[in-house]
Design a protein around this ligand. Structure first.
Ligand code: UDP
Ligand code: MG
Length: 313
């Protein structure tokens, strides 16, 4: 098989027939499979998928999840069931136009040095200024505090070589932030521009609040710096109050100037506050390590081997 197309679907009944027709039309000369993942839809998505399967059982595969697990989990289920040389993840709502697929396949065929293609939204200018500002701030912050690179405008429309799919599938963490994961694994990524269409039918699953949650998920999954900032702040506060203590001692004991009780009280409160923050930060350090461990990410991923025994990992 040349290409597996993974399509996460959550309440997309109005889009699937159109998407299927468009995929069939544009993949005419490619040996492909369509892997639809129904992510606990409450509409007729599964029924439409069953119809598509009956119509074209050799091309259509359907995975039906027991409930809504989220887009990243649904995509993961699709990737796990893929076997083709190239795998692409594409939205079900026609925003990712299937016309780009053959161009992507051709690109990977002709450019062996690239391992994955990430499609980058060309018409960001059409978004409203506030959303644009929020997204820009998110990318600025996350790139500052995370070692993983995040490219502004990179979408979930991505094509991978088999080896890259295996790497992504090997990351078995539960809180999946796929934008981060496909960057974290490394490999050579080509960023290809594309024009996003309007959603054909139905509503977006990511209103503003869901986008905030998604952004926060990205930050805490790909950086431990926020938790570290707590200890640093604690250290800073303790340092300031220590200086203040020295000042009070000199003033009262050496210069014999009397100090108001309230001043001392404030000092004690601030000092304790600082110590408490250090303690919380320290607990955070341990928690962070447990957090990272429970994710069970591999320590390294091998891309090539020269003159080595393939059986040794
Ligand atoms: N999706 C999913 N499970 C979810 C949310 C979304 O499988 O819990 C799918 C959805 O059906 C679509 C893709 O993920 O195929 C992207 O969702 P959407 O179009 O709502 O996101 P947007 O394009 O608005 O960012
Ligand atoms: Mg969409």
């Amino acid at each position: 098989m040349k290409l597996d197309v993974v399509i996460p679907c959550f309440n997309e009944e109005g889009n699937l027939n159109l998407l299927f027709d468009s995929l069939t039309k544009h993949l005419d000369d490619i040996h492909y499979n369509l892997i639809f993942v129904n992510d606990g839809s409450s509409d007729k998505t599964f029924d439409v998928l069953k119809e598509l399967y009956n119509k074209s059982p050799d091309k259509v595969k359907v995975i039906n999840l027991s409930r809504n697990f989220g887009q990243d989990a649904a995509t993961y289920a699709g990737l796990k069931h893929s076997t083709a040389e190239y795998v692409v993840s594409i939205d079900a709502d026609m925003q990712h136009d299937p016309q780009y697929l053959s161009k992507m396949v051709r690109f990977l065929d002709e450019n062996k040095e690239y391992d994955q293609i990430s499609m980058v939204n060309k018409n960001r200018n059409k978004e409203n200024a506030f959303i644009k500002f929020l997204k820009k701030s998110f990318y600025h912050i996350i790139n500052k505090i995370s070692d993983t690179k995040f490219v502004s405008g990179a979408s979930d429309f991505r094509m991978y070589r088999r080896q890259v799919v295996e790497a992504i599938v090997s990351l078995e963490e539960k809180n999946r932030f796929s934008k981060g994961l496909s960057s974290w694994i490394g490999f050579n990524t080509y960023y290809m521009e594309y024009e996003v269409n309007e959603r054909h039918s139905g509503k977006t699953k990511y209103p503003l609040m869901a986008q905030f949650k998604y952004a926060f998920e990205g930050i805490v999954n790909f950086s431990v710096k926020p938790i570290r900032a707590i200890s640093k702040f604690g250290l800073f506060i303790s340092f300031i109050s220590f200086i203040y203590l020295v000042y009070i001692i000199i003033k009262s004991l050496i210069l014999k100037i009397s100090i108001a009780t309230i001043t001392t009280l404030i000092f004690v409160i601030i000092l304790l506050g600082g110590v408490q923050l250090i303690a919380i930060g320290l607990i955070g350090e341990y928690l962070t390590r447990t957090f990272t461990e429970t994710k069970k990410r591999p320590i390294y991923i091998i891309k090539d081997k020269l003159g080595l025994n393939d059986e040794i990992l």
